[in-house]
Design a protein around this ligand. Structure first.
Ligand code: CMX
Length: 433
C-alpha cells in the first residue's frame, strides 16, 4: 500500500503536467465573459476559481471529487458499528481523489490520533479569554496561537522552500493542524457551556466519534458529527470561508494563518450564521402557535415574514437550482432519530408548504430548503446552543479548505490578485459601447 504522502506525490506530478500543458498550450482560450451585474454582484456565476476537491452542479448538488453525497456515504469505510463513514476517509478522498481502502484510512486515523494533542499554551490562552467571547472567535484565536508550530513558516524562514517542495511542508502543517480542530472545539464547548468540566479524549475513537465523546453527547451524535463534518466539508471554493482560506494561502501564508482567516470568513449571518436564522424562524413559529401549525397557519407565518420585507431563512441558494442533497441526507437522519422532536416535525411540514409559496409569490430561483434549513434543528435537539453552530461548521470546512490549500501549493498556483474598476469607469464603458 502507498501511504497518503506517496500517493499524493504521484498525483501531484500528474496534475502539475496537466496544468503546465493547459497554461502553455491553451492559456489564452476564453471560458466566459464578465458582465457589469457580475462585477457588482459579488462575482456571482463567474467561473474564476479552480479546484478539484469538490464541484457544485446546479442540478445534482455537490460532488466531492466526482462522488455524490449518496456515493460518498455508501463507499467510504465506516467505524465498526457506525452508520456514517470516518471523517478521516473523507479527508483522504478530498486529498487524493480516491476512495480509501480500510488500510489506507487506518493510516490517516493513526496519524490523526498521534497528532491531535493540543499544546498546553492553547488552553491557557482560551482559559484567559472573556467567557462572553464568541466560540468561533475563540477557535480562530486558538488556531492563530498555534501558528508558531508551522513547519512551513519555519522552513520558509530557513530558505528551504522552493515552488516544487512547498506543498510537502504545507502537508505537514495540514496533518498537524486538522486533528486538533475538533479537540479545541470540544474544549471551548465545555469551557463556555459546561462549567469548564472537561472530558479527556478517548484514544480509541476516530475524528467524529471522539468529538462527540468529548462534547459529552450520547449516541447517535457520534454518527451525526461524522455525517455533518462530511456534508459541510466543501462546497466548491467560492463560498466566503473557503475562498478566504484560499486567498490568504495564495500569498504563501501557512495553514494556521489561512484557516484562522477562513474561520473568521464563516462568521457572517449570510454564510455560517444562516443555520441560526433558520432555527430561530422555526422556534418563533412554534412559540407563537404552541403546536404544529396547520397549512393555513404556516402560510400566514410565511406571509408575515415576506410582508415584513424579510427572506424566509433556510430556503434558496445562490448556485443550486434543485433540492440540496445535504438537506435530504440530514432529513433521513432526522426521520430515524428525531421523529418525536416538535421542531423537526415543523421542518417536515414546512418542507411541504413553504417552497410552493416561494415559487409562486417571489422571484426565488430555487425554492427548496437548503442545508441550513435543518442543521440547526438537529444541533439544538442535541442541546447545542446557537452561537456554537458556526464552530461545528468550522470543523467541517477545515477538512475541505485545508485540502484545497494543499493542492493550491502543489500546483504552484500564484497569488490571487483580481483587478478593480471604479463606478465611473463602468459608466464610461457603457457610454462608449
Ligand atoms: N425567501 C424569500 N425571498 C427569497 C428567498 C427566501 N428564502 N431567497 C431568495 N429570495 C428572493 C430574493 O430576495 C430575490 O428577490 P429580489 O428579486 O426582489 O431581489 C429573488 O428571490 C431572487 O433571489 P435568488 O437569485 O433566488 O437568490 P440569491 O442568489 O440572490 O440569494 C440566498 C441566495 C441563499 C442568499 C437567498 O436565497 C436567501 O437569502 N435565502 C435565505 C437565507 C439562507 O437560507 N441562507 C443560506 C444559504 C445556504 C448556502 O449558502 O449554502
Amino acid at each position: 500500500m502507498l501511504g497518503i504522502k506517496e500517493k499524493l506525490k504521484e498525483k501531484v506530478e500528474i496534475q502539475r503536467e496537466e496544468v503546465t500543458k493547459l497554461l502553455k498550450n491553451y492559456g489564452d482560450v476564453k471560458i466566459g465573459d464578465i458582465t457589469i451585474a457580475q462585477v457588482i454582484g459579488g462575482m456571482r456565476g463567474l467561473k474564476v476559481l479552480v479546484t478539484d476537491i469538490s464541484y457544485l452542479d446546479p442540478f445534482e448538488g455537490i460532488r466531492y471529487r466526482g462522488y455524490t453525497v449518496d456515493e460518498v456515504l455508501e463507499k467510504l469505510p465506516k467505524p465498526k458499528g457506525a452508520e456514517m463513514p470516518y471523517d478521516e476517509a473523507q479527508f483522504y478522498l478530498l486529498m487524493t481523489g480516491d476512495i480509501p481502502t480500510e488500510e489506507e484510512v487506518r493510516e490517516v486515523i493513526d496519524i490523526f490520533k498521534e497528532k491531535r494533542k493540543v499544546p498546553n499554551y492553547v488552553y491557557r490562552v482560551l482559559d484567559s479569554m472573556p467567557r462572553e467571547a464568541r466560540p468561533d472567535v475563540m477557535l480562530a484565536v486558538a488556531v492563530g496561537t498555534m501558528q508558531q508550530e508551522s513547519v512551513f513558516a519555519k522552513a520558509y524562514a530557513e530558505n528551504k522552500i522552493t515552488k516544487q517542495n512547498a506543498w510537502e511542508y504545507m502537508f505537514e502543517d495540514v496533518l498537524n493542524l486538522l486533528p486538533k480542530i475538533p479537540m479545541i472545539a470540544a474544549y471551548i464547548y465545555r469551557l463556555k457551556y459546561k462549567n469548564n468540566e472537561q472530558i479527556p479524549q478517548n484514544p480509541d475513537l476516530d475524528f467524529g466519534g471522539n468529538f462527540a465523546y468529548m462534547m459529552g453527547i450520547d449516541k447517535p451524535y457520534d454518527d451525526f458529527s461524522r455525517l455533518y463534518f462530511i456534508l459541510l466539508s466543501d462546497h466548491e471554493s467560492g463560498n466566503v470561508s473557503a475562498h478566504t482560506t484560499h486567498l490568504v494561502a495564495s500569498a504563501w501564508a501557512d495553514a494556521y494563518y489561512s484557516l484562522a482567516a477562513g474561520i473568521n470568513g464563516l462568521s457572517g449571518p449570510l454564510h455560517g450564521g444562516a443555520t441560526q436564522e433558520a432555527l430561530k424562524w422555526f422556534q418563533e413559529l412554534l412559540k407563537k402557535l404552541n403546536k404544529i401549525p396547520t397549512k393555513q397557519e404556516l402560510e400566514q407565518f410565511c406571509w408575515d415574514t415576506l410582508n415584513a420585507g424579510q427572506v424566509i431563512p433556510g430556503y434558496g441558494h445562490a448556485v443550486l437550482r434543485n433540492k440540496d442533497p445535504r438537506f435530504e441526507t440530514q432529513l433521513k437522519f432526522g426521520e430515524q432519530y428525531l421523529a418525536n422532536d416538535n421542531l423537526f416535525k415543523l421542518v417536515i411540514v414546512a418542507y411541504k408548504i413553504v417552497p410552493n409559496i416561494l415559487k409562486h409569490y417571489t422571484s426565488i430561483k430555487n425554492p427548496w430548503p437548503n442545508v441550513d434549513n435543518i442543521s440547526g434543528t438537529i444541533h439544538s435537539h442535541y442541546g447545542i446552543p446557537e452561537d456554537f453552530f458556526s464552530v461545528l461548521f468550522d470543523i467541517s470546512i477545515a477538512i475541505g479548505s485545508l485540502s484545497n490549500i494543499l493542492w493550491d501549493r502543489a500546483l504552484e498556483y500564484p497569488i490571487g490578485r483580481p483587478r478593480s474598476v471604479t463606478i465611473d469607469q463602468l459608466s464610461k464603458f457603457v457610454t462608449n459601447k
